[in-house]
Every structure is written in C-alpha cells, then in structure tokens.
Design a protein around this ligand. Sequence first.
Ligand SMILES: Cc1cc2nc3c(=O)[nH]c(=O)nc-3n(C[C@H](O)[C@H](O)[C@H](O)COP(=O)(O)OP(=O)(O)OC[C@H]3O[C@@H](n4cnc5c(N)ncnc54)[C@H](O)[C@@H]3O)c2cc1C
Length: 502
Amino acid sequence: MKKKVVIVGGGINGLTAANYLQKRNFNVHILEKNNHIGGACVKDTAVIGKKVFNYPKGATVLGMMQKFIFEETHLSKFVETYFPKSPKLVYFQDDLEPTRIFQNIDSLQNELKNKWNEKGDVAGFRNDENKVIHYLQNIYKKSTIPSISDAENTLGKKTTELWIKGSAYDLLNHYFTSEKTKLYMGMTVTESGPASIFQKGTAFTIPLMDSGSIFNGYWGFVKNGIWEITENLEKINKSLGVKIDYSVSIKKINSKSQKIHLENKKLDYDYLLFATDPLTPSILLQDSKKVKTINNKELVGTSGKVTAFFKNPVIWKYPINDNSLDTSFRFIFSNSNLDEFEKSSQSVYKNRKDYEPGYIQIYPEGSAQRKMGNDEGIEKLILFSKNFSFNKESKDLIECKEDILNLLSKHIVNIDDLIETKFLTPLDLKKSFYFPKGNIDHMTLSGDQNFNKRTFSNCPEKSFFRYFDFNNIYYCGAGSFPCGSVAGTPGYMCAKHIINFN
Ligand SMILES: Cc1cc2nc3c(=O)[nH]c(=O)nc-3n(C[C@H](O)[C@H](O)[C@H](O)COP(=O)(O)OP(=O)(O)OC[C@H]3O[C@@H](n4cnc5c(N)ncnc54)[C@H](O)[C@@H]3O)c2cc1C
C-alpha cells in the first residue's frame, strides 16, 4: 500500500516535496490555507487606467533554484527563463556612473581596482567561493546533512572557518581592502533580515546566496512572471496525481493518532510535512512550549519592496543613448562602509527607526519581459529595499517610498513616466504571506540559524528535517536548510530523506 503524505502549505517547498514524493510511490495530499497555491511566489494585479496588469506580489527573480530540480520536476518544459549576461551596475552616493560587476574575473578585478581602488584578491575570493558553492551544490543534490566536520574534511579547516563558521566581517576583510567592494560582496548577509555582520556564522550567507545552479549562481527572470514556477508545478503535480485542497482550515493535529482535524473531516497520515513558516506547526500541534521556543528565535525581516509601473520603457542615464544594459541588475547603496551598513540594519531591528536607507536592488522586470518577447505595454521596475523595521505598514511610511523613488530618479531620465506604485513593508509581508515577523526567509539567516543550525530537529545528525521530536512530522519551509527563495531545495531535501527511509 502506498504511504500517505500530507503536506501543509503549497508554496515552492510544499510543491517541490510533493513532486518528488508522488513520483516515488507516495500518495500526496497538499492542504493550503489560501484559495490558491504559491505562497510568496504569486502574482497580484494592478489596475492602471482601465487595464489590468499582473505583477509579482512577493518574489520576483529566479536564481537559487538547482538546475536538476528545474529539470527533474519538468518545470524546464513549461517555463521560459532569461538571465542577463551584461554586468551588474553599482551606484554609491554621488556616483553618476556606476561600477560594473563583470562576470569575467579579470575584468572585474580591473574595474574594482580602477573604480574603488580595490587592492585585495578578487580572483581569490571568487575561486574560494566557487569551491564552497560546489560543495553546497553537492549537499543539495545528494541531500546529505550539513555538518561542520564534513565541511572540514572536504574543504579543509581554514576554508570552513572563513566561509562557514566565521563572520561576514572577517571574510570580507580577509579578501578585500575597499569598503565598497566589501559592501557589494557582503550585502546578501542582511537580505532576509538584520543579521549582524560581526556574528560568527554569517559569512556562510555569501556563498549560499550564489549557490543556485539554474543560471550558475546568477539571477534572472521568468517569462510572464516568476509565479509561472509555482503555477506550473501545481499543474504538473496534479497530472501526477497529487491532491490539493484549497482554503483549508486545520483545527488541530493529533500527532499520536496521526490525524489532522479539519472543519468537516479528519485525515490520516503516515508522514506529515510542514512547508509553512516554522511557527505554524507548533501552533497547530498545540504545543505551547515549542511556540515559545520558536518565538524566541530571530524571525524578524527588514526587507521592503516597491513595484514601480512606468508608461514607457525606463531610460537610464548610464549608458547614454544605448540600451544594451537595460536588463542589467542595478544596485544603489546609501551606506559607504561596513560600519554604516551594520548601523542601518541594526537600528531598524532594535526599533530605533522605522526606515534607514541601506541598499536597493533594482530588478528590471519590464525590460527582461520584452527581451523574452513579452511586451505588456507597461514597464515594471522592482525596487527591493533595505532597511525597514517591523513596526509599520506601507500606508504609514509613504515618505520612505518617496525616498526610494528619489534615489532611483537620479539615475533615470523619465521619472515622469511613473504612473503607479505598490509598496510592501515587513509588517505587510506578515499580513500577506503569514510570515511570523515579515521575513522573506521565514527567519533570519543569522549565525545561529545558518548551515548546520538551520534545523528544528531534536536529533539533526539522524533526521535533519524532523520537527523537534514528533514522530513522522517534518518541517521543510524556508526556515530550514539551506534557506528560502524560489528554489525548493528544503522541500527536495526533506522529500529525499523520507524516500531514503522507505
Ligand atoms: C517581497 C518578497 C520578495 C522576495 N523576492 C524573492 C526573489 O526575488 N527571489 C527569490 O528567489 N525569493 C524571493 N523571496 C523569497 C521567497 O519568495 C520565499 O523564500 C519562498 O517563496 C518561500 O517558500 P516556502 O514554500 O518555504 O514558503 P511560502 O512561500 O511562505 O509558502 C508557505 C505556504 O504555506 C501556507 N500556509 C501557511 N499556514 C498554513 C496553514 N495553517 N494551513 C495551510 N497552509 C498554510 C501559505 O498560505 C503558503 O502558501 C521574496 C519574498 C518576498 C515576500
């Protein structure tokens, strides 16, 4: 008889786990609270004039996914992607011309030397990072348990200390002399939440965020929008026989009798996977001690998102009269050194401020769509911005959105073409996506919640994805190893662990 797996949560991780388990002879049933799947990888609509436009409500760009997951799930048959090979462009305050982040290491070393007076070892950094990335990609694929001793055996003690156990601050200072290089290379440390760059274990986030293999560590776009990933995976899963219930309200779960109590019925399970935020299982399991334990973890997020709609394609001041870099990712930094970077991220965390400018990552969604042959008659520019506190909704922080748009306006010619914006703060993200404290990774990638410590298992060396000590209950949402993103890696790894037990 096929074993029954119930998956709570139909985001990218629940859908990925379902795909692998259903194909390996389990009977999979997804229970989703919303009336649609997708979690934070969904579309929303904006009505502009009399027209309705889709835009990515949460996640926008694809990059952390493993190529084998894209292919093995068969997403690759249905989803068209594009990633820009042109250099990324970085602006610091008062820069009119950006610094170009070339993919080629020699060109990058030269550019950083000329623009930022970088005298360190850019090539050494990239080469060592690639070794760590390669090691991580092997862990993902083989679904092995992340362990410091294994890392030391494979990468050596020095590399493990620097790249996995150490602080981002020490890692960046080891390779670089220029504060600007350190900021650019280290910005992902606070991407999901206010991890302190001085904390041990934060170095690991740097190679982690480059460890997707779909575009060799780079980031790119999905034709129509990133929601095509979750919507297509839903269709593929249904065709495999996965059952999906929407708008489900789980009343309680009895872990002894292995029964889930819904409004009108009870469901049995052999395995129960939570692909939600990490707090939800403890609430549904009515375990107040575990609710407290999880609430004491670092859950807070500091990311905000402005989606800007332009009536015409955005015209950048750099390069002039040349659109070859229109699909390049651009970054605007308000900090000029690591100390300022730390101060801004920590000041919102400690609730001293509602908003403190850190950096803006600009994703040229509209240009990329046109590149893929999808001209929607509107230009979308996504401004993923740092740092917001968890205190206020976007409606109470309109002046912060204006600040972000002002920074953008220095670099484009046609700000007057801006016709609509959508703005989300961490508090909005909690309300939209049920993240406990608005963190896009469900919980911060701080040193104590990274690599081998990104687990809820009471016995991680045996069963890394188990939820505390509950029998046959697992957690594989974005709060588990390796992290969130539209990747599905935790869902895949957890499914593999269950498959391997059987
Ligand atoms: C604004 C924003 C921007 C982002 N940008 C990017 C990006 O550009 N690229 C990228 O790769 N990632 C990005 N991310 C992160 C990425 O979207 C998430 O890390 C990822 O979607 C998490 O997937 P998940 O499946 O673990 O969880 P989720 O997507 O959170 O899915 C969890 C699911 O569980 C359901 N659920 C919750 N409680 C219950 C319950 N009690 N019963 C039943 N179902 C329940 C939810 O409704 C949801 O569908 C962004 C996120 C946000 C919010």
